[in-house]
Structures are given as structure tokens and as C-alpha cells.
Write a protein that binds this ligand. Structure first.
Ligand code: GAR
Length: 210
């Protein structure tokens, strides 16, 4: 099976969704490492409970961001990982450190990209009076929440939504989206060589709706 590493900074509900999909037999991969920039991240505890090797690196013990990123990627490569999933990993990655992973690293972001890169996506969608909100999975580049969007899941914003309710309603969609994209990627159906992303050999002209 394809070897996958996951990076997560926090709660780890998207990591849990990947592990659940795997346990149900819907995601035939091997999780070789879960890493974090926060030693206290609940995501690391989830990984430990699932018997997956973990790694916690503290950015403050490196001279700069680049040094952290190069060490992080060296350790991920040493784990044997072929694919890398950012599941709530709240750091921008150095472009050069990232280079060997182009096309093999994806991120989930809680907005309909290219709308609302960065933080507070639910609040911003509400403030803009958007009719729709959603989550995106995209190939990672050095640009924050940039890189080609692979797939999105959408919901309608309802009258009763506030920031918290909207985030809560979106989360189950994220949990469906991320394992599905990882499955397509590791099956070789999705590809990106840094030029144009392809799905089943065809140019991906718009995000898949999953
Ligand atoms: C998720 O909503 C994910 O989309 C978001 O962080 C949350 C992590 O939750 N990611 C970003 O905002 C990345 N820019 P989790 O730790 O429960 O998976």
C-alpha cells in the first residue's frame, strides 16, 4: 500500500477521519508517520492510540523557518512516506524544502478556494453574505492555501448560522472529502507534475465536487 504521512497542529478530527476510512477498508494506505509542530496536539495522541509513529518538532528550537522545514521534510522522507497530507497543519512551508514533494502533498482548507485563504474562513463567508460555503483540498505550494484545487464540498449557508455553527456543519463534509481525495491520489487517478493537474488522464479544469 501507498505510504502516507500526515501533519496536524491541533484537534485532529481530519486525521481521525482518515484513520476511520482506513479502518473501514475504504482507504488502502499505510500511515507511516503523524507529525506536528505542537507536542501537545491531540492529533498526536490519536496517532499513538492507532499505533502510528509520531514526531513532534518545536519550531522554536530552530534558527529559522527554513531550517525547521528542511528538518521536518528530511524526517518525513526517512519515514518512507511517499505522500503527505496536511490535516490542520497551520504553517506555511518553504518552497525549496517543499520542492521534492510537489504533486505528492495535499492540504484541506475550510473555504471554497480561491475565496478566503488564511484564517477565520467561516466568519468571512458570513460577513460577505455568501449563499454557499465549503471546504477545498488542494495540492500544496509555497503560497498559503494556494496551489491547484483538486476537490471541493459545498453547503448552503442557513439563516441560523453563526461562525461556530457553520464550522460545525462543515466539518463532516471535510471528513468525507479528505479521505476520498487521498484515495484518488494514492490510486494514481489524480496527478500533478507542477504544470496542470489531471484526473483519470484528463485536464482538471474545475475542482471535483465530492
Ligand atoms: C480544519 O477545519 C481544516 O480545514 C483547517 O483546520 C481545521 C483542523 O481541524 N485547516 C486550515 O485552516 C488550513 N489553512 P482538525 O484538527 O480537527 O482536523
Amino acid at each position: 500500500p501507498a505510504k502516507v504521512a500526515v501533519l496536524a497542529s491541533g484537534r485532529g478530527s481530519n486525521l481521525a477521519a482518515l484513520l476511520d476510512a482506513h479502518a473501514r477498508g475504504e482507504l488502502p494506505v499505510e500511515f507511516v508517520l503523524v507529525g506536528s509542530d505542537k507536542a501537545a496536539a491531540p492529533a498526536l495522541r490519536l496517532a499513538e492510540a492507532a499505533g502510528i509513529p509520531t514526531l513532534a518538532l518545536d519550531p522554536r528550537s530552530y534558527p529559522d523557518r527554513r531550517a525547521f522545514d528542511f528538518d521536518l521534510f528530511a524526517r518525513i522522507a526517512a519515514s518512507g512516506a511517499e505522500w503527505l497530507v496536511l490535516a490542520g497543519f497551520m504553517r506555511v512551508l518553504d518552497g525549496e524544502a517543499l520542492q521534492p514533494w510537489v504533486g505528492r502533498i495535499i492540504n484541506i482548507h475550510p473555504s471554497l478556494l480561491p475565496k478566503y485563504r488564511g484564517l477565520h474562513t467561516h466568519r468571512r463567508a458570513l460577513e460577505a453574505c455568501d449563499a454557499e460555503h465549503g471546504a477545498s483540498v488542494h495540492f500544496v505550494t509555497a503560497e498559503l492555501d494556494g496551489g491547484p484545487v483538486i476537490a471541493q464540498a459545498c453547503l448552503s449557508i442557513e439563516a441560523g448560522d453563526d461562525e461556530e455553527r457553520l464550522a460545525q456543519r462543515l466539518l463532516p463534509l471535510e471528513h468525507r472529502l479528505l479521505p476520498e481525495v487521498l484515495r484518488l491520489l494514492t490510486e494514481g487517478r489524480l496527478r500533478w507534475d507542477g504544470q496542470a493537474p489531471r484526473f483519470d488522464g484528463q485536464l482538471l479544469t474545475a475542482p471535483l465536487r465530492l
